[in-house]
Design a protein around this ligand. Structure first.
Ligand SMILES: Cc1cc2nc3c(=O)[nH]c(=O)nc-3n(C[C@H](O)[C@H](O)[C@H](O)COP(=O)(O)OP(=O)(O)OC[C@H]3O[C@@H](n4cnc5c(N)ncnc54)[C@H](O)[C@@H]3O)c2cc1C
Length: 284
């Protein structure tokens, strides 16, 4: 199939983007890397009247570290995140997760901001941002505001972003010393969207876990921070008993739906398997 007709405008700066969004409202869509939007247009799942191409706003791309936080511009590509020494040093969870996103051609065009704005429940970046307690920066003519990743993702492909806003940056606190991370996912083939995945951040003090954030992807309408399940391991060692308790609790926190390939029960089973694997990895 071919995309329905649309007008195309290449934006030269953010002010122009804000004016265009104010003018066109819901009938306009931002075009960043195009790796999700263009397939959606071609399949006629979306039919905006106007595409506002922001891909030339290169000041919105890049990674910098400031005051204990890593700032990632919305137009930073998946590949650039994977190659960044700042990311490997301060947020290795993102470097590990990047290895699971699609294939090189898609990673070279697809953007961090585009993935978050898309809010696909099986995508890697949204779950990582929730686990890392990221702040999403949204900008409009009225100014900027920050929304915690935990509140930003609101449902299936739904976010807290308003039609006149654009995602410009993500600000992530650098985890403290004594923090360990892990990312695991199960997909039908390497590079496919995950069936189920989990991003984990664990803080250790005195040999025990003092804080744990197990955030699942592919197991509901949005990334899910499994707080009760995570809590099972806090101030306790990892044991068969704690794992069993956590795996039982997981059924109360995740609400996977069946898709073409996996039933809801299969996804829940896989999430339990990943919980065991990731806890062993964190405890090792
Ligand atoms: C074959 C294939 C396999 C893929 N596999 C994976 C995978 O395994 N994991 C994964 O996470 N992704 C996967 N993707 C999606 C890919 O990661 C996309 O790059 C990403 O989801 C969207 O980023 P983009 O820059 O291409 O956004 P676009 O496609 O340009 O836009 C996506 C949506 O976000 C909006 N948008 C984009 N940027 C902004 C912004 N700054 N502010 C406000 N709204 C914005 C657009 O209006 C649109 O609605 C795959 C894609 C393909 C084609």
């Amino acid at each position: 199939m071919k995309a329905p007709p649309f007008a195309y405008i290449r934006a030269h700066d953010l002010t122009e983007v804000f004016d265009l969004l104010e003018h066109h409202g819901d009938s306009a869509k931002i075009l960043a890397g195009g790796q999700s939007l263009m397939p959606a247009l071609n399949m006629r799942l979306s039919s905006p009247e106007v595409l506002i191409d922001i891909s030339r706003l290169q000041e919105q791309a890049g990674i910098h570290v400031k005051d204990g936080h890593v700032h990632i511009g919305a137009l930073t590509t998946h590949a650039a995140i994977g190659e960044s020494s700042d990311i490997r040093k301060h947020l290795p969870l993102l470097a590990d997760a990047m290895e699971h996103i699609a294939h090189p051609a898609i990673r070279n065009s697809g953007t961090f901001g585009g993935s978050l704005a898309m809010a696909d429940p099986a995508a890697e970046w949204p779950a990582c941002c929730v686990a890392l307690d990221a702040q999403i920066v949204l900008a409009s003519k009225a100014g900027t505001r920050r929304v915690a990743a935990r509140e930003f993702f609101q449902g299936l492909y739904a976010t807290a972003m308003k039609p006149n806003e654009i995602l410009t940056e993500v600000v992530i606190p650098i985890p403290g010393a004594g923090t360990r991370h892990a990312f695991l996912e199960l997909a039908r083939r390497r590079g496919d969207y995950a069936i189920v995945g989990v991003a984990a951040l664990a803080t250790f003090s005195g040999g025990a876990i003092s804080d744990l954030r197990l955030t699942f992807l592919g197991t509901g309408e949005k990334p899910t921070l499994a707080t009760s399940t995570s809590q099972v391991f806090v101030n306790k060692g990892f044991s068969d008993a704690s794992l069993k308790e956590a795996q039982d609790l997981l059924g109360t926190e995740l609400e996977p739906s069946a898709d073409l390939y996996s039933s809801a029960a299969t996804k829940l089973h896989l999430a339990r398997v990943l919980t065991g694997r990731i806890m062993k990895q964190l405890a090792a």
